[in-house]
Design a protein around this ligand. Structure first.
Ligand code: 5RP
Length: 221
C-alpha cells in the first residue's frame, strides 16, 4: 500500500521523461510540483531553465541552481508540468489549492503541452468536491461572493492569504460542476474576478496518475 506522498513522488519522477533537452520548461506549484522540482535538479544541465507559476516554486528552483526566466522573455514553452486538486474524465481540472491559479493559468496558456501530475485521489467523475478557488481584486471580494452565490456555490474567503499578485481568494464550496467550460466562462465574466481555478478551456493534455498499481499515463480524450 503506497502513501499519497509516495504516489506523488512516483509521478514527479515519471514526468522527467516529458522534459525536452535544451529548452525552457514551465513548472507549477504545490507539493507534487515541489517533488518534480527536486527530480528536475538531477537533469538540470540538459535544460536551459524554467518559468514558474509562483514565488514559492521560483525559490525552490533557484535553490537547486535552475535558471529562472521571465515569461515575457520566452518565445516557446514546449511543456508545463503541474499538479491539480481535481481532474475529471475530460481532463478539465480544479487548481489553485496553493493560491497560484492565475500564474498557473498564464503559464499553461503559453505552453504547447500541459502534463498533469497527480495521485489517484485527485481523479474524480464530477469536479466540485474540492472547493473552487477564485482569485479576486480585494475591493470586489463581497460583490464577487454575492455573484458566486447566485451561481449556486457557497463562497468562503481564504482569510489571511494574499496571492503573489496581491489579491484574495474565495473558495467556492458545494458545487457539482457538470459543465466546466460553461462555469469557467461564467465566473470569468464577473467583474472583479482575476481568474478562477477551473482549467477546462485549457485542460491537461497528458495525465500521469499515481496509483497503487504504478503510474498510469493517459492522453486527453
Ligand atoms: C496550486 C495548485 C496545485 O497544483 C494543486 O493545489 C495541487 O497541489 P498538491 O500537488 O500539493 O496536491 O493548483 O495552486
Amino acid at each position: 500500500m503506497s502513501t499519497q506522498a509516495e504516489l506523488k513522488r512516483a509521478v514527479a519522477k515519471a514526468a522527467i521523461r516529458f522534459v525536452p533537452d535544451g529548452k525552457i520548461i514551465g513548472v507549477g506549484t504545490g507539493s507534487t510540483a515541489d517533488l518534480f522540482i527536486d527530480e528536475l535538479a538531477a537533469v538540470k544541465d540538459r535544460i536551459l531553465g524554467a518559468v514558474t507559476s509562483s514565488e514559492r516554486s521560483g525559490q525552490r528552483l533557484a535553490a537547486h541552481g535552475i535558471r529562472l526566466f521571465d515569461l515575457n522573455d520566452v518565445e516557446d514553452l514546449p511543456v508545463y508540468i503541474d499538479g491539480a486538486d481535481e481532474i475529471d474524465g475530460s481532463f478539465a481540472m480544479i487548481k489553485g489549492g496553493g493560491a497560484a491559479l492565475t500564474r498557473e493559468k498564464i503559464v499553461a496558456a503559453v505552453a504547447r503541452q500541459f502534463v498533469c501530475i497527480a495521485d489517484e485521489s485527485k481523479r474524480v467523475d464530477v469536479l466540485g468536491r474540492f472547493p473552487l478557488p477564485v482569485e479576486v481584486i480585494p475591493m470586489a471580494r463581497r460583490y464577487v461572493a454575492r455573484r458566486l452565490a447566485e451561481l449556486g456555490g457557497q463562497p468562503k474567503w481564504r482569510e489571511g492569504v494574499v496571492t503573489d499578485n496581491g489579491n484574495v481568494i474565495l473558495d467556492v464550496h458545494g458545487l457539482r460542476i457538470t459543465d466546466p467550460v460553461g462555469l469557467e466562462t461564467a465566473i470569468d465574466g464577473i467583474v472583479g474576478v482575476v481568474t478562477n481555478g477551473l482549467f477546462a478551456r485549457r485542460g491537461a493534455d497528458v495525465l500521469l496518475l499515481g496509483t497503487t498499481d504504478g503510474v498510469i499515463e493517459s492522453r486527453r480524450p
